[in-house]
Ligand binder design. Structure first.
Ligand code: ARG
Length: 460
């Protein structure tokens, strides 16, 4: 009797309804798992041989067959059949066509429930490697550009209001720090993918003498997953991955917003080259920052994918349910977009041009306020008093059209008039160089930050 893998001809008296078959089919999403599915099958077959559940001839036939299937996938000639419900069944169906009887022993001791999880984890392991590489590249580029812009002043904002003088370099280093943090998150998650689900079976294990530790080690995991029910039902590692992509997306969205804002004529601090601008179909003069806007929106979409994955995998009874099949569409969408957006961010970082005059102009003298208050503190005044005095100077400056440092001498106690007169000459480079705390925007501190972040990238 010819038996199709998957749907057992023995159990059903009629074919699956066409609509159900279409909705149930996941090949459009999961076919990309083929390299991992083949690796998992090869290792599983070797384990079956090692414990005496497969003859040497059958193993040889399976290995040969899997190689042939691999060659078809690699050549793009693998022909999917309508009845292939998912990548696992497509591979097994083709293997059966190619080698016949021995293929029917490959699924011994495993289920698609543990198979899909091992495939997903192997895929994720590779994908996290790529994510680390992508982030390292972006961070490296940010630091390279930062190095040449440590003395180019740029206002720093809180509440979208000018707060302090910083530099373009300091701003770029802040995004490199974000990328390095995500890089560590990706590395941490990859290290946690150390338990192998393969061999857990459908939900509660099986009766055959499988060597799950052998399978785990051959696939590069530290150990088999400790509980078959958990191994097949949980999607928590995938949820962590989508959370990581959402978090990277949030960081990139802030870079996107800053690029949109700083390249808009109202700010004019930065300019995007033509290759990173798009036009308007109606307004001939427009140079729109669509790429930066796409950076801004990516994190929101990934956050949606996180919410969808958390929601679709929650509230289910213990073992596998078909609801879980939605996991991969969400995971792959979040991952694909994240890789694209990291590359898009790198293009923007490499291509963006500075407009130093506008930047300098925007570092208005009112940004000297903290510098002045800190200097009054250094001369012995309490910080609250200094805050009050400089606040008064800022108000006078506003009312009289002078600068805050220019107005200071008129509001300090008589003993500090000389100091205030000295401070009246403070200019932007003085404000920047005067910053001393670790992590501050001074060129000196930024140089240290760059060294520190480069050493983190080198360790990744
Ligand atoms: N295509 C399925 C998925 O992605 C594989 C597991 C199917 N298991 C099952 N018992 N139907 O979730």
């Amino acid at each position: 009797m010819r038996v199709q893998p998957g749907r057992s001809a023995g159990r059903f008296a009629e074919a699956t309804d066409g609509l159900l078959e279409r909705l149930n089919n996941s090949t459009a999403v999961d076919l990309r798992l083929w390299p991992h599915d083949l690796v998992g099958s090869r290792v599983h077959a070797r384990m079956l041989r090692a414990v005496g559940l497969l003859s040497a001839d059958d193993l040889a036939a399976i290995e040969r067959g899997l190689e042939a299937v691999e060659a078809e996938f690699a050549a793009g000639s693998f022909a999917l059949q309508p009845a292939d419900e998912d990548v696992h069944m497509a591979v097994e169906r083709r293997l059966t066509e190619l080698i016949g009887e021995p293929a029917r022993r490959l699924h011994t001791g495993r289920s698609r429930n543990d198979q899909v999880m091992v495939d997903s984890l192997l895929w994720l392991r590779d994908d996290l490697d790529r994510t680390v590489q992508d982030l390292a590249h972006l961070a490296g580029l940010l630091l390279e550009r930062a190095e040449h812009a440590l003395e180019v002043p740029m206002p720093l904002y809180t509440h979208y209001q000018p707060a302090q003088v910083g530099s373009v370099g300091f701003w770029l280093v802040s995004h490199a720090a974000a990328a390095c943090r995500q890089l560590r998150r990706a590395t941490d998650l990859a290290a946690r993918l150390d338990e192998c689900p393969l061999g857990a079976g459908a939900v509660g294990g099986g009766d055959l003498p499988l060597d799950r530790a052998l399978t785990a080690h051959q696939l590069g995991f530290a150990r088999p997953s400790p509980n078959a029910l958990y191994a097949t039902a949980s999607r928590s590692d995938l949820l962590d991955a989508v959370a990581l992509f959402a978090s990277i997306g949030v960081d990139l969205s802030r870079l996107g917003e800053e690029l949109v804002l700083f390249t808009s004529p109202a700010y004019g601090f930065l300019r995007l080259p033509d290759r990173l601008c798009t036009g308007s179909s109606l307004l001939p003069h427009k140079r729109n920052p669509d790429g930066a806007e796409l950076l801004r929106s990516g994190g929101k979409l990934a956050a949606g994918e996180f919410a969808a994955l958390a929601s679709v995998t929650s509230g289910l009874l213990g073992g596998y349910s078909k609801d879980l099949q939605h996991d991969k569409a969400l995971l792959f969408a979040a991952s694909d977009r994240t890789h694209d957006l990291i590359a898009l961010a790198a293009l923007h970082v490499a291509g963006v041009e500075l407009v130093p005059d506008r930047l300098a102009e925007a570092c208005a003298p009112a940004l000297a306020a903290l510098y002045l208050a800190d200097r009054l503190v250094l001369s012995g005044m309490s910080f609250r008093e200094a805050h009050h005095v400089v606040g008064q100077a800022a108000r006078v400056a506003d009312e009289t059209g002078t600068t805050v440092q220019g107005a200071l001498a008129g509001v300090v106690p008589p003993a500090l008039v000389t100091l205030a007169a000295e401070l009246a000459t403070a200019r932007t480079p003085d404000l920047l160089a005067g910053l001393r705390t670790a992590g501050s925007a001074s060129p000196e501190s930024c140089r240290q930050q760059i060294v520190e972040l480069r050493s983190r990238i080198a360790l990744a």
